[in-house]
Design a protein around this ligand. Structure first.
Ligand code: FAD
Length: 462
């Protein structure tokens, strides 16, 4: 029997679900699918702008290499030749301390050093912080046996292992640079699960990192596509039947009853057997609220807004930046900027010959305030903030500004338990699937993995 599936939202999660359903339909599964996208373009937060020879990412610029699901999808889509590692030979990240960029020691995995000699040689940390790092290895047994049974914040976890200085100098800026989030609230189990597993096994995170196979250290940390992340979106779209996709089709209500699912837009109401809810968690919550208040309550979470500003300069020689991938700014009252990326040094083929591409990232309260600014004003703030750290900027050839309101849901302490409760509620509604970045990971690979797995559950076996 033909199964009708509604997908709400055409970001990477909704698209990966549609792509997988299309693949299964080609293999003979009896499926009729409608992908409802509120805006006039697909891809959601993934967007690559090509202008003047610059390849500018407005949202994600790469995925974490260790997670294979985005790469697998790219290869399946015929993009094997496009898959490209970050330039890890020149990997260096700086932290702004006392108004100066200080290099993080080589071999760091987030806040955990893989190379203690590099740590000792580093100027980023005080003698006390270095000592705390060395001492963490001796405290392995104590850390293993006293690890809390339940969740805790990233701040508490980092403090227990390495102390306050490492928390403020590395963990806080790293986490706010990635999640736009507050380390005092973010759940360590949800956002740093591998470290929690390392603690459980080894106690010391430094020892655990040293015990890892040398193989896993050989891979570049990030992977992307030569022509940009937007190509992943374009290729998925090309593999989805055109008649499945509806743009400018905002879903305004959803109901569930004996007749199945009803999905309503301004153009009318249609019946479906399953709903894959891949809209941002705020939207999903308000659509599902009338069905189940308890479910909606579990979906109530803080989310951080972000603003991205990319500047493309024709002549790198006129704008020198330190070698490496970029810098992080510890969150604080004095700074709006959270991170800056030296894009042309992080990845190959991002600029025309001799060009320079720098990207500024704002999150949290600063981004919230910037939501109300126009593009010119936002670009001016970004220029000023970058100049404060890097020195005067020449006139850019290309400027791209993007605002992503409430785009990064905050996985607060207890998030995994919340998701268990949410899954219990969802199971009460046959054919409902929650996809997207509010639940089981914010990264592109996680979203691809989840969406494709859900699609396989839905498709009737042919
Ligand atoms: C600035 C930034 C940088 C990031 N960098 C990285 C990175 O480098 N690597 C990485 O792995 N991850 C990164 N992330 C995270 C990742 O990009 C996102 O988590 C992911 O793209 C979200 O995809 P999604 O499909 O869940 O949601 P979205 O991309 O938000 O898509 C949701 C879609 O639903 C549509 N929609 C909304 N309401 C409705 C409605 N009522 N009806 C129909 N459609 C609706 C929206 O228009 C949108 O197209 C970054 C995120 C941000 C914000």
């Amino acid at each position: 029997m033909m199964k009708r599936v509604a997908i709400v939202g055409g970001g990477v999660a909704g698209l990966a679900a549609a792509y997988e359903l299309a693949r299964l339909a080609r293999e003979g599964a009896a499926l009729q699918v409608v992908l409802f996208e509120a805006s006039t373009r697909l891809g959601g937060i993934i967007e690559t702008v090509h202008e003047g020879g610059f390849v500018m990412e407005c949202g994600p610029d790469a995925w974490v290499t260790e997670k294979p699901w985005a790469r697998e999808l790219a290869e399946e889509l015929g993009l094997g030749d496009e898959v490209m590692p970050s330039n890890d030979a020149t990997r260096k990240t700086y932290v702004l301390v006392d108004k100066k960029l200080q290099a993080m020691p080589d071999g760091m995995r987030m806040m955990v050093p893989g190379d203690l000699d590099a740590l000792d040689a580093s100027e980023l940390f005080s003698a006390e912080a270095k000592q705390a790092y060395h001492h963490e290895i001796d405290r392995a047994e104590e850390l293993r046996t006293t690890a809390p049974d339940g969740d805790e914040s990233v701040a508490e976890f980092t403090r227990r292992h390495f102390g306050e200085e490492v928390l403020t100098k590395i963990a806080a800026p790293l986490l706010s640079g990635v999640f736009g989030g507050d380390v005092a609230k973010l759940s360590v189990r949800a956002v740093m699960a591998p470290f929690v597993a390392m603690e459980r096994e080894h106690g010391s995170l430094i020892s655990a990192l040293r015990a890892r196979s040398s193989d896993s250290k050989k891979h570049a940390v990030f992977t992307t596509l030569r022509s940009g992340m937007g190509t992943l979106v374009d290729r998925m779209i090309a593999a989805i039947p055109e008649e499945w996709i509806r743009l400018a089709a905002e879903v305004r209500f959803i109901s569930y009853g004996e007749e199945g699912w009803l999905v309503g837009t301004a153009r009318g109401v249609e019946r479906f057997d399953a709903v894959m809810m891949a809209a941002p968690v705020d939207v999903a919550r308000s659509l599902l609220q009338p069905l189940d208040a308890e479910m909606a309550q579990e979906m109530e979470m803080d989310a951080s807004s972000s603003v991205v500003v990319g500047f493309g300069f024709p002549d790198a020689l006129k704008f020198a930046v330190p070698p490496g991938f970029g810098f992080l700014v510890p969150p604080g009252p004095d700074s709006l900027l959270l991170a800056g990326t030296f894009v042309d040094q992080k990845f190959a083929d991002r600029v025309p010959q001799g060009g320079r591409l720098v990207r500024a990232f704002f999150g949290g309260k600063a981004a919230e305030r910037m939501m109300r600014c126009g593009n010119d004003e936002t670009a001016a703030v970004a220029r000023m903030e970058l100049a404060r750290i890097l020195g005067p900027l020449p006139a850019p050839q290309v400027t791209v500004v993007r605002r992503w309101p409430r785009s990064l849901p905050q996985y607060a302490v207890g998030h995994l338990d919340r998701i268990k409760r949410l899954d219990d509620r969802v199971r009460e509604f046959s054919g409902l699937y929650l996809l997207g970045n509010g639940y089981r990971g914010v990264g592109v690979p996680d979203l691809v993995r989840d969406a494709r797995a859900a699609a396989r559950q839905i498709a009737p076996q042919s």
